[in-house]
Design a protein around this ligand. Structure first.
Ligand code: BDP
Length: 722
């Protein structure tokens, strides 16, 4: 068990033989051509039922629905079905694009998709129930909540000497690129598409948002065509991330001004070329004028001018452009000089006046929080500003700031809080999910973009347990009302087994993991305090303040937190609709978990819990790391349980032991840092008091040398041994 099949293992379930009479005996795919999603659906049904139950099925592709045996699984599109059964039209429910209808009755199964991939989604849904031991009769109509259910890969074509690396990827090299080219062997791309399709995800942006213009050489465009071919059997579409300056750097035009006609024509011709190779390309993703990337503002054009140029090129082909709201330039934010400068304001400031300026195939892709994938952020206010322009939320499955898959952090509970947040636009219910799915502002486009960053490692993400995040992402993009525990249970049953103990333990570990991580890394909305300049990983609270990106903690000897109020701070709170703005404006009404995000207060400020800020810090860091200490013990109780093979058991255990240890590093680094800074002692006498600790550099070990570490907080006295 190396993890390659993810949750699609189709492992034999308990009492498999007992199910045989509830299962179909044959599969009929309607009008399926080899390589089409309906054909794939038939194959998956055959593989799945054979794997889960040991029952082999006859397989026929036909355009009539005459069952070759008494019980049949029929799969196809609604229109193919109606062609052979004209009378059925009235009996079938309304389906939107990608939706499916599924009916199971005594081994006769009907799976109809509104389109081909909808049929495949229906087949995967049926198989997921079977894999969970549910073969009972039912009918179901399932429509996706939003049309955009994309995945972003931050894969580099070539990155210095590192060939096909993945930016902020923790699962190995790129499955798409190597040495500046598209890989010859794209087997993993197909396997990835299979996992994504099984949870209803429908497109992948294959290259990094920090895009390399060389992605668009003729040879590489041919390669992109091959990736699209690998995706197509699963109904997954290809999308491409663009470098705004490509007309100049690749095309040699000497300009990339979006209002220059030669530039617009260059993009149009290039887009036509791409569509020759990938006729079903989903569209583009663009990061512009951010972190040193080129963009329209280089020529004093608006972001809308930039986005619309691509929109025009894509429109004849039915493509869409996801234009990122992550626009900020640290070089213009000299926050050491300007106390009011706040990167959190940037997206709102840049996009606020552009709502009616975009073409109708432009979607603004907005990170969930105004800064950058932190463990706790308020939901980006920009979702409430764009009324005419559709938006997609950018979530990060890859745990860049959240332990990089070396820490278990199940993210669904965080995403649920974000999706359920009510902006109260015009005093009316306005949940993030209803803005994304188009209901609140009556829009057709919108949805979800998840930064996944899988790699060549057979575990995909570098950790078996982290795959629950990818699973939950897909499920939520389809149906945001799915519950965190419910999604976990499905995923555990398919990935491991339906053993009660296995379900209970993995659920407990996972559900405790995000709150624990927040507690031991950075709480009260202070953000994760990770090393901001290096890897975004270990503790380094000092790095938050002395650089032009951050200035986020604004901590001194007496006070801490960033004043983002309108009356006295950076004004960010005022970007929310009035009811929410009023809540965040005051210390008393701001939830404790965002207090230091919005307010600058003394360490002795008393929270709603009755504790002071500093004592809360100390206690939470102890409490969170204490939870992490229980993880290896909990996991140990699963040794040898059904579905827990040694290979995966050891792999997970290794990480949980590491997490338990690293949570102590976090606890002590942060607590000691703020104890020193504030000069206020822990009332429980723990911080800085480690009577049983033996410093590594005080030991004598043959073959090891003392070493000064950076960041210095990672070891007491900044010394460790190597
Ligand atoms: C930051 C990442 C960086 C990305 C950037 C982005 O550290 O690698 O390029 O976001 O999203 O979080 O564009």
């Amino acid at each position: 068990e190396d993890g390659l099949s993810g949750w699609l293992r189709y492992a034999r379930i308990k009492g498999a033989n007992g199910y045989h009479n509830k299962l179909p005996s044959a599969i009929v795919t309607l009008n399926a051509t080899e390589g089409s999603p309906v054909y794939t659906a038939g194959q998956e049904l055959s593989d799945g039922i054979s794997g889960i139950f040991g029952k082999d099925l006859d397989f026929a592709t036909t355009n009539t629905r005459k069952p070759p045996r008494d019980t049949t699984a029929t799969v196809g599109t609604v229109s193919a079905y109606i062609d052979s059964n004209p009378g059925a039209a009235d009996r079938l429910p309304e389906l939107v694009d990608d939706g499916f209808y599924l009916s199971v009755s005594k081994g006769n199964v009907l799976i109809l998709g509104q389109n081909e991939r909808g049929a495949l989604y229906g087949a995967f849904h049926y198989l997921s129930l079977l894999a969970q031991g549910n073969a009972s009769d039912f009918t179901l109509t399932s429509n996706p909540e939003a049309p955009i259910r994309w995945v972003n890969q931050w894969d580099n074509m070539q990155d210095g000497g590192t060939h096909g690396s993945v930016e902020r990827g923790y699962g190995g090299d790129s499955i798409f690129f190597w040495d500046g080219k598209i890989r010859d062997d794209l087997t993993r791309a197909g396997q990835y598409a299979r996992l994504l399709a099984s949870i209803g995800l429908n497109a992948v942006v294959v290259n990094n948002v920090n895009a390399d213009a060389k992605t668009l050489t003729p040879e590489n465009m041919d390669g992109l065509g091959r990736i699209a071919d690998a995706f197509r059997p699963y109904g997954v579409q290809l999308a491409v991330s663009l470098n705004f300056a490509a007309p100049d750097t690749l095309g040699g035009l000497g300009t990339f001004d979006p209002l220059d006609e030669t530039v617009a024509k260059w993009w149009k011709d290039l887009t036509d070329e791409l569509y020759k190779r990938v006729p079903d390309m989903a569209g583009y993703l663009v990061k512009a004028n951010s972190e040193g990337q080129p963009g329209p503002m280089t020529y004093n054009r608006t972001l809308a001018d930039g986005a619309n140029m691509f929109a025009h090129a894509l429109k004849p082909h039915g493509g869409i452009i996801l234009f990122r709201a992550f626009v900020y330039d640290h070089r213009t934010l000299n926050q050491t000089l300007d106390w009011k400068a706040d990167r959190a304001n940037a997206a709102g400031d840049y996009f606020h006046d552009l709502d009616d300026k975009f073409e109708d195939n432009v979607v603004i892709q907005i990170k969930y929080g105004p800064i950058d994938f932190q463990v706790r952020e308020p939901v980006s206010p920009l979702f409430s500003h764009l009324v005419k322009t559709p938006s997609a939320i950018e979530l990060q499955i890859s745990q860049e700031y959240l332990g990089q898959q070396a820490h278990l952090v199940y993210l669904a509970p965080m995403w649920k809080e974000i999706l359920d947040f009510d902006f109260r636009v015009d005093g009316k219910p306005s949940r993030t999910s209803d803005i994304l799915n188009g209901k609140r502002f009556n829009r057709k486009l919108g949805g979800y973009a998840g930064v996944v960053n899988v790699g060549t490692n057979t575990t995909w993400l570098g950790s078996h347990l982290a795959m629950s995040n990818l699973y939950a992402y897909g499920r939520l993009a389809w149906d945001s009302s799915a519950t965190s525990e419910g999604m976990l249970e499905e995923w555990i049953k398919m990935t491991f087994s339906d053993d009660k103990k296995v379900i209970d333990v993995i659920t407990k570990l996972s559900m405790q993991s995000w709150p624990a991580y927040e507690d031991y890394t950075g709480n009260l909305g202070i953000q994760t305090l990770t090393d901001i300049l290096l890897g975004h990983y270990g503790p380094n609270p000092a790095s938050q303040d002395g650089n032009p990106w951050g200035q986020w903690t604004r901590a001194d000897g007496d006070t801490i937190g960033m004043d983002r109020t309108v009356w006295n701070g950076t004004g960010f709170a005022g970007q929310y609709p009035p009811e929410i703005a009023a809540m965040y404006e005051k210390v008393e009404t701001t939830p404790d978990n965002l207090l230091l995000w919005f307010h600058h207060v003394p360490y002795t400020q008393v929270l709603k819990s009755g504790k002071t800020v500093i004592q809360h810090f100390y206690d939470a860091h102890y409490a969170g790391s204490a939870v992490a200490q229980t993880f290896p013990q909990l996991w140990e109780t699963l040794r040898g349980r059904p579905g827990i093979d040694d290979e995966r058991f050891d792999h997970v255990m290794y990480r949980l032991v590491y997490q338990a240890g690293h949570s102590l590093v976090w606890r002590d680094s942060i607590n000691t840092f703020y104890a020193n800074k504030s000069g206020i002692a822990d009332t429980k006498g723990r911080v800085g008091n480690h009577p049983y600790r033996i410093e590594a550099e005080a030991m004598k070990l043959v073959g090891y040398e003392p070493y000064t570490v950076s960041p210095f907080e990672a070891a007491s006295g900044a010394r460790c041994i190597v």
